[in-house]
Write a protein that binds this ligand. Structure first.
Ligand code: ATP
Ligand code: MG
Length: 327
């Protein structure tokens, strides 16, 4: 069975961008592939943070993933720092990863701008990411569009390592490819940047409906719709794109007509979106309540997942060391 791997940082709450771009796809694919889903806490320590907070956010992320429909009996769900082989392989990959490519990564340039003194970890993030994926020899990685560039680098790292250490045989590591959803890039409601945990422009997957509406109401729409009577262009409107993700096809068509003929004002359109979101998010919120009420069970699931992941990880590291002349 082909393998998939994907990770999410416990750098904040799971938001609708993460859900539509990645996690919803994980749920859809978890039974079709041998699946590994990882809460990547080692990736989340390259920005200032509070230790107790991180532990809480890691647990909250596990709860959100389970509530979204990740089923630990169908896939392997675990926390990265429980499987130290991730950092071991990352160091090994440091010896083949090209510095120039790391410096060219868009995310590095953006995140470096936000740090006064830039830490090495945000530069080498894609090396650890390559290790995360290749430790399980995953063929495909369901992610949002922002990760496509990092995955190109993962493929290059796999290629370089294979050529250097297994030149004659079958390639040891596969070259992992991205698996994108139709909603591969969800914008923040201010329309300024992609929705990101670290930018504080998110709509939380488990957020209270009242708070979601408070965020939707002032959200940016087509700037040409200044007056209620101005017709709009659905394709340039973030709200329309969210309709495409949450509303049934007939509603999406209706929204497009109402927008382009000024039949509805933007608030009418947002009210319908809110209702569609509730249909999908309410059951997730309710499941989260159930999952949260049994924290011991969450810990057990994560421990089981880590043990399963580690079984594979130790074997990969053993083989890698053998090929590299390490003891
Ligand atoms: P951070 O700001 O800390 O980087 P993030 O919101 O970007 O957080 P990640 O943990 O980096 O979230 O990414 C988890 C997954 O969600 C990845 O597959 C990523 O591609 C996807 N993703 C993140 N933001 C979006 C978005 N706005 N639209 C679609 N997919 C997204
Ligand atoms: Mg990110």
């Amino acid at each position: 069975m082909p393998k998939i791997f994907s990770g999410i940082q416990p750098s904040g709450e799971l938001h609708i961008g993460n859900y539509l771009g990645a996690v919803k796809n994980w749920v859809a694919l978890q039974r079709q592939y041998e699946s590994f889903f990882c809460i990547v806490d080692y990736h989340a320590i390259t920005v200032p943070y509070d230790a107790a907070d991180l532990r809480q956010r890691t647990r909250d992320m596990a709860i959100s993933l389970l509530a979204s429909g990740i089923d630990p009996s169908a896939c392997t769900l675990f926390v990265q720092s429980m499987v130290p082989e991730h950092t071991e392989l990352a160091w090994i990959f440091n010896s083949v990863a090209p510095l120039g490519e790391l410096e060219r990564q868009t995310q590095f340039k953006e995140k470096a701008q936000r740090q006064e003194s830039v830490v090495v970890g945000i530069l080498t993030y894609p090396v650890l990411q390559a290790a995360d994926i290749l430790l399980y020899k995953a063929d495909m990685v369901p992610v949002g569009e922002d990760q496509v560039q990092h995955l190109e680098l993962s493929r290059e790292i796999a290629r370089k390592w294979n050529v250097r250490f297994t030149p004659d045989g079958e390639p040891f590591f596969p070259e992992p490819k991205p698996l994108l959803t139709p909603t591969r890039r969800v914008m923040g409601l201010d329309g300024q940047a992609k929705m990101s945990k670290s930018l504080g422009n998110t709509v939380g997957l488990l957020e209270d409906p009242k708070d979601i509406w408070e965020k939707l109401r002032p959200a940016v729409t087509d700037p040409k719709r200044v007056r209620r009577t101005d017709p709009g262009t659905p394709e340039v409107c973030n709200i329309y794109h969210l309709h495409k993700a949450f509303s049934p096809a007939a509603t999406v068509e209706h929204v497009a007509v109402q927008c382009s003929t000024a039949g509805w004002g933007c608030i009418d359109c947002k009210k319908v979106l809110f209702e569609s979101m509730e249909v999908e998010l309410k059951p997730i919120r309710e499941r989260a309540g159930e999952v949260r009420s049994d924290p011991k069970r969450v810990d057990e699931k994560l421990a089981e997942g880590a043990a399963r992941a580690q079984g594979i990880a130790t074997e990969t590291i053993r083989e890698v060391k053998q090929h590299m002349g390490l003891t």
